[in-house]
Design a protein. Structure first.
Length: 134
């Protein structure tokens, strides 16, 4: 898939990225597990923006807010020009993550789960940043 190739070959991102959800299947994850990702996932540079997505998805008292945080560095494609929000950078992120840490904590004023994940693929140096100038 071309988008997956674009993500894998995008510049290395060194800032935290966040995604808010209420996906109950994530509550069964344990530290060290492979993190289930779609081929392409949207993440935000703003934890507040990711939190607003959680608020939009809560439909009942049983919905538990979940914040996913990527422990950098990782490969991600900046799609800011397509983002609805001007106060954040938005990125497409692909597969290849594992669960580093799981914490139960308050998220958006509700008891929730904070899941930190890390990139498992090898990150090769960005060749254009290492190029010597003649």
């Amino acid at each position: 898939d071309e988008l997956e190739i674009l993500i894998d070959n995008s510049p290395t991102v060194h800032i935290p990225l966040f995604r808010g959800t209420v996906d109950k299947s994530l509550l069964d994850l344990k530290e060290g597990d492979e993190f289930p990702m779609n081929k392409v996932n949207s993440f935000s540079s703003s934890e507040d923006t990711a939190g607003s997505f959680i608020l939009n998805k809560i439909r009942s008292l049983e919905d538990k807010p979940i914040m996913i945080a990527i422990n950098t560095p990782c490969k991600a494609l900046n799609i800011q020009p397509l983002s609805y929000y001007s106060n954040e950078d938005e990125y497409f992120v692909g597969k290849g993550y594992k669960v580093e840490k799981i914490e139960d904590r308050e998220i958006e004023r509700r008891q929730g789960r904070y899941i930190t994940i890390s990139f498992t693929k090898e990150i090769k140096d960005d060749w254009w940043r290492k190029r010597k100038k003649n």
